[in-house]
Ligand binder design. Structure first.
Ligand code: NDP
Length: 253
């Protein structure tokens, strides 16, 4: 078994790697979806790619939580439910919803994301099995868990609603892009990413451990840089694109 100190150190190293990768991702556009270029090696079916790369998060975390953790502890059960709901959708529903006819994704991206999800699923699952704090009712802890759950639900709804608006922009057999409207698209180009970040901030507040924090920081790194790239792309592709919209955070970024 890994000691608590070594495990925390692992999480902080993982966070440091995310911080180092942030400026790199500000320069290198993640090559999938609209940013796919031909020079990123072999490609596979986009739908299959999404399923493969997200699967480890569901399976590895699920293994730890279902077979090893104490689900009677509220501080384990609530994060487990959050993770389960999110990844059940991301792995088994999202790949079926996307209108992605004939689209491909680089095998390299699938492999990198697969490895990320192995590490992320392991760190988060392992923490709840070995280091979870036992729940004792109290105003501070109840308030923290309640706020975290509300944040998660808010972020989840924002993410899914705007993913739905984006997916519906295209006919079932199409591959093109349009300017998205509705909901928070009035303010930002990527409200789906904003929702995803809010939902993992909620999870982190409930879980309150360095593994969850590492996931939140990785999500911020991935999605802030991707939102900036999407925003630049919209401005370049659509001269009529609203000057009022920001990339990710209304009025700010
Ligand atoms: P995008 O916003 O790039 O795309 C979402 C879907 O909508 C894709 O199927 C895309 O098609 C389609 N789409 C997007 N914009 C348009 C448009 N203007 N016109 C027509 N169709 C459009 O999201 P991602 O694919 O990057 O991510 C999908 C989900 O995964 C999101 O919910 C995101 O939050 C989450 N995610 C989470 C990460 C994390 O670190 N936690 C990292 C990456 C993603 P196409 O693919 O063909 O462009």
């Amino acid at each position: 078994m890994i000691s608590h100190e070594s495990f925390n150190l692992l999480c902080w190293i993982w966070i440091a790697i995310a911080v180092v990768i942030f400026p790199i991702l500000l320069k290198v556009t993640q090559p999938y979806g609209r940013h796919l270029k031909g020079n990123w090696g072999p490609l596979i079916n986009n739908r299959l790619g999404w399923f493969i790369m997200e699967l480890p998060a569901l399976v590895i975390f699920g293994y730890f939580l279902i077979f090893k953790a104490n689900l009677l502890n509220v501080l384990v059960l609530v994060p487990a439910l959050i993770w389960g709901v999110h990844y059940f959708h991301r792995v088994l529903i999202f790949p079926l919803l996307i209108r992605t006819a004939r689209k491909k994704i680089p095998v390299l991206i699938v492999l990198l994301a697969f490895m990320f999800n192995v590490i992320n699923g392991f760190l988060n699952g392992y923490w709840f099995v070995h280091f979870a704090v036992v729940y004792k009712s109290g105003i501070l802890i109840d308030l923290r868990v309640f706020t975290g759950v509300i944040l998660f639900i808010t972020g989840f709804v924002i993410n899914k609603y705007h993913d739905f608006l984006l997916i519906r922009l295209r006919p079932a057999s199409g591959n093109g892009y349009k300017i998205p409207f509705g909901g928070l698209f009035k303010y930002v180009s990527c409200p789906n990413f904003l929702g995803e970040i809010i939902s993992w901030a909620g999870f982190t507040l409930v879980a309150f451990n360095p593994a969850a924090l590492s996931f939140l920081i990785w999500t911020i790194v991935n999605l802030t840089t991707r939102a900036l790239d999407h925003h630049k792309w919209y401005i370049k592709e659509f001269p009529e694109y609203s000057k009022e919209r920001k990339a990710l955070i209304p009025y700010i970024l």
